[in-house]
Write a protein that binds this ligand. Structure first.
Ligand code: CU
Ligand code: CU
Length: 456
C-alpha cells in the first residue's frame, strides 16, 4: 500500500502532440494483451474530440480519451507505480467536422487510485498538460473517467475507460481468451447545424434526455450491436474471461451470457470477492466484474444486458465458438483447490480441521512449505499409516522407518495436534476428497477415459 503520492503538476509549456496515447500498459481493446512486467508504467493518454460510428447511419460527436469510446484499456499489476500524463487537446480542430470543435476543461479520475481528488483530478484547460503518479494498491477492474462538471455530460459524451490491475500473484485461473467489455448509454439529438460527415448525420448529446435517463442507445464498447456484426471468438473447451465494466452513466446492467454459467465471478475484478455458479451479474454505474466460463461446445454465445430494454438499444454481442481444438480439458480448472468445498459432511469437517491446524505448514497442490504438500497423500500412504502419524508423530518416529525418512527431509518436526479419532477420520476423508479432484496447479490435459468410476 502506498499513501504518499506526490503532488500533481499542471503545465502549459509541453503539450503532447502526435499519437493520443503511448506506453506499454495501454491498448485499444477488446483483446487484453499480455501484461508488461515492469513495475513502473509510464502512460500518456490525451483528451480529444472525435466523430464516432455509434450505430448504422448514426455518427456521434464524442469527447474521448485517446480518440476512441470507450478509452483504451490500461493494463497493470497491483503494486505498480503509474506515471500518468494527459494533455487536453479538445482545442484541436475536428478534421471531419471543424464546426463542431469544442474546446473545454477536462480531467482524469482513476477509480484505481487512492489520492486527493482536488489535486490529481483537477480540470485542466485546452492546451494544458497534467502529470501525476499513484501506486495501484488493489487488484481489480476499475473505471477511469473525466470528472469535470457537468460530469454527467462528460460521461455521456464518451469520457471513460477500463483499468485492469492484475493481482500481485496473477489470477488463480488460466484463461484461454480474455476480452474487455465496457457497457454505456448514449443520449443523442441531431447537431444544431445539422452537420453530416460522409453523408451521414452527426448527433450530439441531448442534455435533456440525459437528465431524464431516456437513453437512445445502450451499447458494448461504444457501438450498437457491435459484437453482433463482429463477434468475439473462442474455441469449444476454452476458458473465457470477460472483464466487464458498466460505465453508465446512469443505468444498471444485468450482464448475462446466453448458453453458459459463470463458474467464477470476481466482483470488481478482485479474486477475494469470489462467487460461483452465477447466471447474471448486476452492475450499477461504475461497477465492474470479471466473469469466467468454459465454452461447452460449438455455438454462438450471446452477451446481453438482461434488462432487455437495454439490450434492444444495442447492448448485445456474440462470442462465437467455431470448430477447433479444445486445448483445456476438464470443464472446471480446480486450480484453486482450497476454494473448492467438499459437500460430504465428514470431508467438510476434515477441511475445517485442515484449515485450522495444518494450513500454515502444508499446502494442497501448491508445493512444499514447512511440511510436505498434502496433495496425493492418500496415494503415498495407507490410511492406517496416516491415522497413526496424526495420532502421535513421536510414536511413529520411534517405530516406523517411513516416518523417519520423511522427518529427515524437513527441518521442523510436526507437533502432536491432539486430534481425536473422529478428527483423524474426518481429515483422512478430506484427503481422499482432495485426491479425487483434478490435480491442482497449471492446466493439465484431460485424463484418459477409464471404465469405472474415479475416486479412492
Ligand atoms: Cu471531460
Ligand atoms: Cu467516478
Amino acid at each position: 500500500m502506498d499513501f504518499h503520492p506526490s503532488p500533481a503538476v499542471v503545465r502549459n509549456d509541453h503539450p503532447h502532440t502526435g499519437p493520443y496515447w503511448s506506453g506499454s500498459a495501454i491498448s485499444p481493446g477488446p483483446e487484453v494483451p499480455a501484461l508488461d512486467p515492469s513495475p513502473v508504467k509510464t502512460l500518456q493518454l490525451d483528451v480529444v474530440d472525435r466523430i464516432i460510428d455509434l450505430a448504422p447511419g448514426i455518427k456521434y460527436h464524442a469527447w474521448t480519451f485517446g480518440g476512441q469510446v470507450p478509452g483504451p484499456i490500461i493494463h497493470c499489476r497491483q503494486g505498480d507505480l503509474i506515471k500518468f500524463s494527459m494533455t487536453n487537446r479538445s482545442n484541436e480542430t475536428l478534421p471531419a467536422a471543424p464546426e463542431l470543435t469544442s474546446p473545454m476543461m477536462h480531467s482524469m479520475d482513476f477509480h484505481a487510485a487512492m489520492v486527493s481528488p482536488d489535486d490529481k483530478y483537477r480540470s485542466i484547460a485546452p492546451g494544458q498538460t497534467i502529470e501525476f503518479q499513484f501506486h495501484v494498491n488493489y487488484p481489480g477492474v476499475f473505471m477511469y473517467h473525466c470528472g469535470t462538471p457537468m460530469i454527467l455530460e462528460h460521461l455521456a459524451s464518451g469520457m471513460y475507460g477500463m483499468l485492469i490491475a492484475e493481482p500481485r500473484h496473477a489470477y488463480p485461473t488460466k484463461a484461454d481468451k480474455q476480452y474487455a467489455i465496457v457497457q454505456s448509454e448514449f443520449y443523442i439529438k441531431p447537431t444544431e447545424k445539422k452537420v453530416k460527415v460522409d453523408g451521414v448525420p452527426v448527433y450530439a448529446l441531448d442534455g435533456a434526455k440525459v437528465r431524464l435517463k431516456e437513453s437512445t442507445y445502450t451499447v458494448f464498447n461504444g457501438v450498437y450491436n457491435g459484437f453482433v456484426a463482429h463477434p468475439l471468438t473462442a474455441r469449444p473447451g476454452d476458458r473465457v474471461r470477460l472483464y466487464v465494466l458498466n460505465a453508465g452513466p446512469s443505468n444498471t446492467s444485468s450482464f448475462h451470457v446466453v448458453g453458459t454459467i459463470f463458474d467464477r465471478v470476481w466482483e470488481d475484478g478482485n479474486p477475494d470477492n469470489q462467487t460461483r455458479g452465477r447466471q447474471t451479474v448486476l452492475l450499477g454505474s461504475s461497477c465492474a466484474t470479471i466473469v469466467e466460463f468454459k465454452v461447452a461446445e460449438k455455438g454462438k454465445y450471446v452477451m446481453v444486458d438482461h434488462h432487455f430494454a437495454n439490450a434492444s438499444q444495442g447492448a448485445l454481442g456474440v462470442i462465437e465458438a467455431a470448430e477447433g481444438p479444445s486445448p483445456s480439458g476438464p470443464i472446471e480448472h480446480h486450480n484453486i483447490p482450497v476454494s473448492n468445498v467438499p459437500t460430504e459432511a465428514l470431508a467438510a469437517r476434515g477441511k475445517m480441521i485442515y484449515e485450522q491446524k495444518c494450513y500454515a505448514c502444508h499446502s494442497i497442490g501448491k508445493g512444499v512449505l514447512i511440511g510436505p504438500d498434502l496433495y496425493g497423500v492418500t496415494h503415498r500412504h495407507p490410511d492406517k499409516w496416516t491415522d497413526d502419524w496424526l495420532t502421535s508423530p513421536d510414536n511413529m518416529l520411534a517405530t516406523d522407518k517411513t516416518a523417519r525418512e520423511l522427518r529427515a527431509r524437513f527441518t521442523i518436526q510436526m507437533p502432536n495436534q491432539g486430534l481425536t479419532a473422529q478428527d483423524r477420520q474426518a481429515m483422512i476423508h478430506f484427503f481422499h476428497w482432495i485426491d479425487s479432484q483434478p490435480q491442482p496447479g497449471p492446466e493439465k490435459p484431460p485424463p484418459a477415459q477409464s471404465p469405472g468410476p474415479a475416486g479412492p
